[in-house]
Design a protein around this ligand. Structure first.
Ligand code: UDX
Length: 434
């Protein structure tokens, strides 16, 4: 099929590349000419494992094209996916839909045949209907239907998630729209991936409910971790113990410094706004957002406590800055709050992140960036493991001890075993473990 994708961010680019890998002819459109020029030259503007190879292979085969001209991109498309950003609106936390609506308007003005417009961006309940009305007003001459098809891609494993999803959710209003989406996802149905057809409102809400539920689950185990620290219990064992109950499940029960990233913080806040608009309060999600925000700052205070109560003029080394490994994404990363709290208390901060430096430099001031993990920890008073990149899992502990001024480690991802670290001579603090 001929598809167009509007927006070449994480979601648009991954979706476009994966659809072309399915065998569809895909044109990715972005108004940012510099981004398109890079993509045409084979450069990938984001870090996502496997994406580089996928884009190159499908560009070479001619199935994946890039353009900054919406008209050219959508002219023969049978379906157009809108995958532009929906950031939090400044001031109120609502999802900012201006890019979605602008894209819908442009697509409507540019298409030359009846087609299906699909919202892939994360959008609040009711957006597909709004898009449908924009499109109908602009092109009464054509039959343009609108569907909703949210993504559930994790950064760092987005391609695997696209190719082997637990399910595909499609919100449609007609049999013909269903048929188009069924054709697009046919390669997955051969792999027996369930495709769930619902109405557009339900589809839009599934996306927010899924992300909010996962955020609640993480925050729940984080609070259990705090209780473990007070009582001497071990949060990893508690997570194993409850995770073996199939009704609970073992995933997303890793206690840590709080969730960050491009989705959970923004989507939980937007869901709260929708709940407010419809006077249907969501107290559990509200508490989750508050607890998570406090937690990120609390992690800074945890480091200060580990440093003996003061970090004034002390050097604190951070390993990992991105909100999780295998991404260069710094959005709402706990590292940002941790650095701020430490600097507010007079610390000098050094840091190393395998991929996040460029984005971190835009967000963090007065941080000394090292070329590798060992470079960051030289003469530091405390070493803090913030993000669980694989390369931090097997550090040369003798070397670490020699490099640190005092052998203190705060492990916010429970990468190491407390007994092992204490036996190696470290003052070791982790999350929810004695
Ligand atoms: C998430 C959803 O998983 C995905 O389905 C959605 O479409 C977009 O948002 P992503 O933000 O890429 O994906 O990352 P994810 O792996 O879900 O992690 C989110 C945050 O939660 C990270 O900061 C991570 O460190 C944290 N986390 C995750 C925990 O602290 N503990 C866990 O057990 C799992």
């Amino acid at each position: 099929m001929r598809l167009a994708i509007i927006g070449t961010g994480y979601v648009g680019l991954v979706s476009g590349a994966c659809f072309s890998e399915f065998g569809h002819e895909v044109t990715c459109v972005d108004i940012n000419e510099a981004t398109i020029a890079k993509l045409r030259a084979g450069e990938i503007p984001i870090y996502e494992p496997g994406l580089d190879e996928l884009v190159k292979r499908n560009s070479r085969s001619g199935r994946l094209k890039f353009t900054s001209d919406v008209r050219e991109g959508v002219k023969d498309a049978e379906a157009v996916f809108i995958a532009v950003g929906t950031p939090s609106r400044r001031g109120d936390g609502h999802a900012d839909l201006s890019y979605v609506y602008a894209a819908a308007q442009q697509v409507a003005e540019s298409v030359t045949r009846s087609c299906l417009i699909v919202t892939k961006s994360t959008v609040p309940v009711g957006t597909a209907k709004q898009v449908a009305s924009i499109v109908a007003k602009s092109r009464p001459d054509l039959t343009i239907e609108v569907a909703s098809n949210p993504e559930f891609l994790r950064e760092g494993s987005a391609i695997e998630d696209f190719m082997r999803p637990d399910r595909v959710v499609c919100g449609t209003e007609s049999e013909s729209a269903q048929a188009v989406l069924r054709d697009i996802y046919r390669p997955l149905s051969l792999r027996e991936v369930p495709i769930l057809f619902v109405d557009c409102e339900t589809s839009e809400l599934i996306k927010y409910a899924a992300n909010a539920f996962l955020a609640v689950k993480i925050t729940f185990i984080n609070e259990i971790a705090d209780l473990c620290e007070k009582t001497g219990a071990n949060v990893q064992a508690v997570a194993r113990g409850i995770g073996m109950d199939n009704r609970i499940g073992s995933k997303f029960l890793h206690a840590g410094p709080g969730y960050g990233g491009s989705c959970f913080p923004k989507d939980t806040t937007a869901l709260l706004k929708t709940a407010e608009d419809f006077e249907s309060p969501m107290q559990i999600v509200k508490a989750t957002v508050d607890v998570n925000n406090q937690r990120k700052r609390m992690m800074g205070r945890k480091v200060i406590a580990a440093a003996g109560g003061s970090v004034e003029d002390k050097k604190i080394a951070l390993l990992g800055l991105t909100f999780k490994p295998n991404t260069d994404d710094m959005r709402d990363s706990p590292a940002i709050d941790i650095v701020r709290v430490l600097q507010d208390h007079g610390a000098k901060v050094s840091a190393f992140d395998p991929e996040g430096r460029r984005q971190a430099e835009l967000l963090l001031e007065d941080v000394e960036f090292a070329e590798d993990a060992y470079g960051a920890m030289e003469d530091a008073d405390v070493l803090v493991l913030v993000t669980e990149w694989n390369e931090f899992r097997a550090l040369d502990l003798d070397r670490v001890k020699r490099l640190l001024k005092t052998p203190r480690i705060v492990d916010l991802r429970n990468i190491y075993r407390p007994e092992q670290m204490r036996a190696a001579g470290f003052e070791y603090t982790s999350i929810g473990r004695p």
